[in-house]
Design a protein around this ligand. Structure first.
Ligand SMILES: Cc1cc2nc3c(=O)[nH]c(=O)nc-3n(C[C@H](O)[C@H](O)[C@H](O)COP(=O)(O)O)c2cc1C
Length: 176
Protein backbone atom coordinates (compact mmCIF):
# COMPACT_ATOMS: atom_id res chain seq x y z
CA UNK A 1 0.00 0.00 0.00
CA UNK A 2 1.25 3.47 -0.82
CA UNK A 3 1.53 5.99 2.01
CA UNK A 4 -1.05 8.15 0.24
CA UNK A 5 -3.49 5.24 0.15
CA UNK A 6 -3.01 4.48 3.85
CA UNK A 7 -3.50 8.14 4.78
CA UNK A 8 -6.70 8.31 2.76
CA UNK A 9 -8.03 4.96 3.89
CA UNK A 10 -7.49 5.50 7.62
CA UNK A 11 -10.54 6.49 9.63
CA UNK A 12 -11.17 6.10 13.34
CA UNK A 13 -12.56 2.62 13.90
CA UNK A 14 -14.46 2.01 17.13
CA UNK A 15 -16.16 -1.33 16.47
CA UNK A 16 -14.06 -4.45 16.31
CA UNK A 17 -14.50 -8.11 15.55
CA UNK A 18 -13.87 -10.49 18.42
CA UNK A 19 -10.60 -11.58 16.81
CA UNK A 20 -7.07 -11.26 18.14
CA UNK A 21 -4.47 -9.32 16.21
CA UNK A 22 -1.71 -11.68 15.12
CA UNK A 23 1.62 -11.33 16.94
CA UNK A 24 3.54 -10.68 13.67
CA UNK A 25 1.18 -7.80 12.89
CA UNK A 26 1.56 -6.36 16.38
CA UNK A 27 5.33 -6.48 15.99
CA UNK A 28 5.17 -4.74 12.60
CA UNK A 29 3.01 -2.00 14.10
CA UNK A 30 5.44 -1.52 16.99
CA UNK A 31 8.38 -1.47 14.59
CA UNK A 32 6.73 1.39 12.67
CA UNK A 33 6.62 3.34 15.94
CA UNK A 34 10.21 2.50 16.80
CA UNK A 35 11.44 4.04 13.55
CA UNK A 36 9.69 7.38 14.11
CA UNK A 37 11.65 10.62 14.30
CA UNK A 38 12.11 12.32 17.66
CA UNK A 39 13.73 15.54 18.84
CA UNK A 40 17.50 14.99 19.18
CA UNK A 41 16.72 11.34 18.48
CA UNK A 42 15.99 10.92 22.20
CA UNK A 43 13.21 8.38 21.58
CA UNK A 44 11.59 9.30 24.90
CA UNK A 45 8.94 6.62 24.66
CA UNK A 46 7.66 3.33 25.96
CA UNK A 47 4.70 1.46 24.56
CA UNK A 48 2.54 -0.88 26.57
CA UNK A 49 0.64 -3.55 24.66
CA UNK A 50 -2.61 -4.33 26.42
CA UNK A 51 -4.68 -7.29 25.30
CA UNK A 52 -6.05 -8.56 28.61
CA UNK A 53 -9.84 -8.22 28.67
CA UNK A 54 -10.08 -7.19 32.34
CA UNK A 55 -7.39 -4.55 31.97
CA UNK A 56 -9.14 -3.08 28.92
CA UNK A 57 -12.45 -3.03 30.79
CA UNK A 58 -10.79 -1.11 33.63
CA UNK A 59 -9.28 1.42 31.20
CA UNK A 60 -12.66 1.87 29.49
CA UNK A 61 -14.58 2.33 32.76
CA UNK A 62 -15.35 5.92 33.84
CA UNK A 63 -14.70 7.31 30.38
CA UNK A 64 -17.14 8.57 27.78
CA UNK A 65 -15.22 8.41 24.53
CA UNK A 66 -13.23 5.28 25.32
CA UNK A 67 -15.96 2.93 26.45
CA UNK A 68 -15.44 0.78 23.38
CA UNK A 69 -11.99 -0.27 24.57
CA UNK A 70 -13.54 -3.27 26.32
CA UNK A 71 -14.36 -4.52 22.79
CA UNK A 72 -11.06 -3.65 21.13
CA UNK A 73 -8.68 -6.62 21.04
CA UNK A 74 -5.58 -4.49 21.41
CA UNK A 75 -4.72 -1.20 23.07
CA UNK A 76 -1.30 0.43 22.79
CA UNK A 77 -0.48 2.94 25.49
CA UNK A 78 2.02 5.61 24.49
CA UNK A 79 4.16 6.67 27.45
CA UNK A 80 6.57 9.61 27.38
CA UNK A 81 9.26 11.25 29.44
CA UNK A 82 8.08 14.75 30.44
CA UNK A 83 11.65 15.82 31.18
CA UNK A 84 12.04 16.22 27.44
CA UNK A 85 10.39 19.26 25.89
CA UNK A 86 9.02 17.52 22.80
CA UNK A 87 7.93 14.26 24.39
CA UNK A 88 4.29 14.66 23.44
CA UNK A 89 5.15 15.32 19.81
CA UNK A 90 7.66 12.45 19.72
CA UNK A 91 5.26 9.91 21.18
CA UNK A 92 2.45 11.16 18.94
CA UNK A 93 4.48 10.76 15.77
CA UNK A 94 5.35 7.20 16.79
CA UNK A 95 1.70 6.41 17.50
CA UNK A 96 0.61 7.83 14.15
CA UNK A 97 3.26 5.72 12.39
CA UNK A 98 1.66 2.72 14.11
CA UNK A 99 -1.82 3.78 13.04
CA UNK A 100 -0.73 3.99 9.40
CA UNK A 101 1.08 0.67 9.59
CA UNK A 102 -2.05 -0.90 11.09
CA UNK A 103 -4.06 0.49 8.16
CA UNK A 104 -1.71 -1.18 5.69
CA UNK A 105 -2.11 -4.46 7.55
CA UNK A 106 -5.89 -4.32 7.13
CA UNK A 107 -6.53 -3.25 10.71
CA UNK A 108 -8.69 -0.45 12.07
CA UNK A 109 -7.50 1.84 14.83
CA UNK A 110 -8.51 4.83 16.91
CA UNK A 111 -6.65 7.44 18.92
CA UNK A 112 -7.84 7.68 22.51
CA UNK A 113 -7.37 10.82 24.54
CA UNK A 114 -10.14 10.06 27.00
CA UNK A 115 -8.41 8.12 29.77
CA UNK A 116 -7.91 8.48 33.51
CA UNK A 117 -4.19 8.95 33.62
CA UNK A 118 -3.53 8.21 37.28
CA UNK A 119 -5.75 5.15 37.22
CA UNK A 120 -4.15 3.76 34.05
CA UNK A 121 -0.65 4.48 35.31
CA UNK A 122 -1.34 2.47 38.45
CA UNK A 123 -3.01 -0.32 36.56
CA UNK A 124 -0.07 -0.72 34.17
CA UNK A 125 2.77 -0.07 36.64
CA UNK A 126 3.89 3.05 34.78
CA UNK A 127 6.57 4.93 36.77
CA UNK A 128 5.42 8.12 38.50
CA UNK A 129 7.87 10.31 36.55
CA UNK A 130 6.46 9.21 33.18
CA UNK A 131 3.33 10.53 31.45
CA UNK A 132 0.77 8.85 29.27
CA UNK A 133 0.50 10.80 26.03
CA UNK A 134 -2.28 8.89 24.30
CA UNK A 135 -3.63 5.44 23.64
CA UNK A 136 -4.55 3.77 20.39
CA UNK A 137 -6.91 0.87 19.90
CA UNK A 138 -6.27 -1.61 17.11
CA UNK A 139 -8.30 -4.48 15.69
CA UNK A 140 -10.27 -5.88 12.80
CA UNK A 141 -13.18 -3.63 11.99
CA UNK A 142 -16.72 -4.89 12.61
CA UNK A 143 -19.19 -3.41 10.17
CA UNK A 144 -22.53 -4.44 11.70
CA UNK A 145 -23.99 -2.22 14.42
CA UNK A 146 -26.22 -3.10 17.35
CA UNK A 147 -29.20 -0.80 18.03
CA UNK A 148 -27.41 0.73 21.01
CA UNK A 149 -24.35 1.42 18.85
CA UNK A 150 -26.58 3.07 16.24
CA UNK A 151 -27.97 5.46 18.87
CA UNK A 152 -24.49 6.24 20.20
CA UNK A 153 -23.26 6.82 16.67
CA UNK A 154 -25.94 9.44 16.06
CA UNK A 155 -25.03 11.23 19.29
CA UNK A 156 -21.31 11.24 18.54
CA UNK A 157 -21.87 12.39 14.93
CA UNK A 158 -23.57 15.47 16.39
CA UNK A 159 -20.79 16.06 18.92
CA UNK A 160 -17.94 15.36 16.51
CA UNK A 161 -18.42 16.23 12.83
CA UNK A 162 -16.78 13.88 10.31
CA UNK A 163 -15.90 16.35 7.59
CA UNK A 164 -12.34 17.49 6.91
CA UNK A 165 -11.73 21.19 6.36
CA UNK A 166 -10.87 22.07 2.76
CA UNK A 167 -7.27 23.08 2.04
CA UNK A 168 -8.24 26.63 1.18
CA UNK A 169 -9.58 27.09 4.71
CA UNK A 170 -6.39 26.00 6.45
CA UNK A 171 -3.40 26.95 4.34
CA UNK A 172 -1.66 30.27 3.98
CA UNK A 173 0.94 30.70 1.29
CA UNK A 174 3.91 32.60 2.69
CA UNK A 175 2.01 34.48 5.45
CA UNK A 176 -0.98 33.80 7.70
C1 LIG B 1 -5.31 13.25 20.22
C2 LIG B 1 -6.59 12.54 19.82
C3 LIG B 1 -7.44 12.07 20.79
C4 LIG B 1 -8.61 11.38 20.45
N1 LIG B 1 -9.39 10.83 21.42
C5 LIG B 1 -10.45 10.09 21.09
C6 LIG B 1 -11.20 9.41 22.10
O1 LIG B 1 -10.93 9.49 23.30
N2 LIG B 1 -12.25 8.64 21.71
C7 LIG B 1 -12.60 8.51 20.39
O2 LIG B 1 -13.56 7.79 20.11
N3 LIG B 1 -11.90 9.14 19.40
C8 LIG B 1 -10.84 9.90 19.72
N4 LIG B 1 -10.09 10.49 18.75
C9 LIG B 1 -10.44 10.30 17.33
C10 LIG B 1 -11.07 11.55 16.73
O3 LIG B 1 -12.38 11.70 17.22
C11 LIG B 1 -11.06 11.39 15.20
O4 LIG B 1 -9.73 11.32 14.76
C12 LIG B 1 -11.74 12.56 14.51
O5 LIG B 1 -13.11 12.60 14.82
C13 LIG B 1 -11.59 12.50 12.99
O6 LIG B 1 -12.11 11.29 12.49
P1 LIG B 1 -11.20 10.27 11.66
O7 LIG B 1 -10.11 9.80 12.60
O8 LIG B 1 -12.11 9.15 11.28
O9 LIG B 1 -10.62 11.01 10.51
C14 LIG B 1 -8.94 11.20 19.08
C15 LIG B 1 -8.07 11.70 18.09
C16 LIG B 1 -6.92 12.34 18.45
C17 LIG B 1 -5.97 12.81 17.37
Amino acid sequence: MKVEEAIKKRRSVRKYLDKKVEKEKILKILEAGRLAPSAMNKQPWDFIIVQDQKTREKIAKDTFFARFLDQAPLVIVGVGDPQLKYYKIDVSIALQNMVLQATELGLGSCWIGDFREEKVKKLLNIPKKKKIVCLISVGYQRLERTKKEEVLRKISRKLVPRNKKPLKEIIHWEKY
